[in-house]
Design a protein around this ligand. Structure first.
Ligand SMILES: [Fe+2]
Length: 390
């Protein structure tokens, strides 16, 4: 059976013969979250296998006008994703919080072909929680007075109270003149990281690829210069892209303020990214974030939360909200409102921490390679009563 459903400027062609309710739910989530403002076309073959050898297919074809979902396999496709059906079940059980970097997910997937298409569909699958949506709505309302910010504020060795008060005033800022943690060091080199943490498991890339700190740093040290056009987010950068900071490394990279329990799990951003490609493309986070720079400099382009309509945020998102527009190469034909956006450019030096209140949009670029940062989010938003969180 086949039916056509009309979406904004797009038809969705749904064939509803999925034998697995898990695949049917996944197809429905894709349909709900799919957008195509860049007017791309492609075919992606999802394969979900059961322990008994049975394979379920989800075939996705899209062009600027139509999205077609089917349980019939393609003869040929541009991109392929395969995983156990149990992993698909884990994803749909937590669309509001799933993180594809989770080793229990990425470590059981295989992806091939056009990885831009894989990214496009993976991003369409998730959905925001009501709490995240209301954080962003609240940010848009409460941050209007920050709209006039034209340069970043610096705080020299602030107290925790000053930090909390400045976050509550909804202004981003940079902390300078940090004191070393427990007699440790503020600035690091790759050689120091390799010698101290060589055998620590850094990240899992797929069902067949795992990397230790030594594997990753050796690859980084022998890297030929990459071009921006070689970069596919999440796949081809020699960059850890915010995987969890290994627990063995936490003591050396504490955030200097508050206690580790005040923060969510820290993330590591280590590697090399060409200067004209984003290390992290434009997005916003629903928690107050700390970005601690340890090797090299980064450029961060900030936009206040009330500028959302100029930045084309994606409809489907969960733990952070990506935007369609790319500040480094904006297509004004597709995204004309971006002409009115007012960015604030910030240079973050090694030994400094950038603090961003929830809801500020940001894109991150590496001015130097290698680069190394650790990021933290405060577990509970500053200035929000706990009763408002439920
Ligand atoms: Fe972020």
């Amino acid at each position: 059976m086949q039916k056509l459903v009309s979406m904004e400027n797009m038809s969705v062609n749904v064939r509803s013969e999925y034998q697995s309710p898990i695949v049917a739910t996944l197809a429905q989530s894709l349909k709900d979250g799919f957008e195509n403002p860049e007017k791309l076309s492609g075919r992606c073959q999802f394969e979900f296998f059961e322990e008994n050898g049975k394979i379920h297919f989800l075939s996705v074809q899209f062009d600027p006008a139509v999205l077609t979902l089917s349980a019939e396999p393609f003869l040929e496709s541009d991109a392929q994703i395969s995983m156990p059906l149990s992993v698909a079940e884990k994803i749909i059980a937590n669309l509001e919080g799933v993180d594809y970097r989770d080793p229990d997910i990425i470590g059981k997937m295989n992806m091939s072909g056009n990885l831009h298409i894989v990214n496009h569909l993976a991003k369409a699958l998730v959905k925001p929680s009501r709490a995240t949506q209301s954080t962003f709505d609240d940010a848009t309302e409460r941050y209007r007075e920050a709209y006039s910010m034209t340069s970043i504020l610096y705080l020299d060795s602030p107290t925790e109270l000053q930090i909390l008060e400045t976050i509550e005033s909804k202004q981003p800022f940079i902390i300078r003149h940090l004191e070393a943690n427990n007699g440790g060091q503020i600035k690091w080199t790759l050689e120091q990281l390799r010698s101290k943490y060589a055998d620590v498991l850094l990240r899992v890339r797929s069902a067949t690829e795992k990397e230790t700190v030594a594997d990753f740093i050796d690859k980084l040290m022998h890297l030929k210069k990459q071009k921006a056009t070689d970069i596919i987010e999440g796949h081809t950068k020699v960059y850890t892209e915010g995987c969890s900071l290994p627990w063995q490394m936490i003591d050396d990279f504490l955030p200097h303020y508050f206690t580790p329990h005040d923060f969510t799990e820290p993330q590591i951003w280590l590697g090399s990214v060409p200067i004209d490609a984003p290390a992290s493309s434009l997005h916003r986070d629903p928690l107050d974030g700390f970005l601690y720079q340890l090797i090299g400099r980064k450029k961060v382009i900030l936009f206040s939360p009330d500028q959302a309509r100029c930045l084309y945020p994606m409809k489907a998102y969960n733990n952070y909200q990506p935007c369609w527009v790319k500040p480094e190469s904006a297509n004004f034909d597709l995204f004309p409102l971006f002409k009115s956006a007012r960015p604030v450019d910030v240079i973050l030096e090694a030994g400094e921490i950038l603090v961003q209140p929830a809801g500020w949009f940001h894109a991150v670029y590496c001015l130097d390679s290698p680069t190394f940062s650790v990021s933290y989010f405060l577990r509970f938003p500053v200035g929000v009563e706990s009763s408002e969180l439920s």
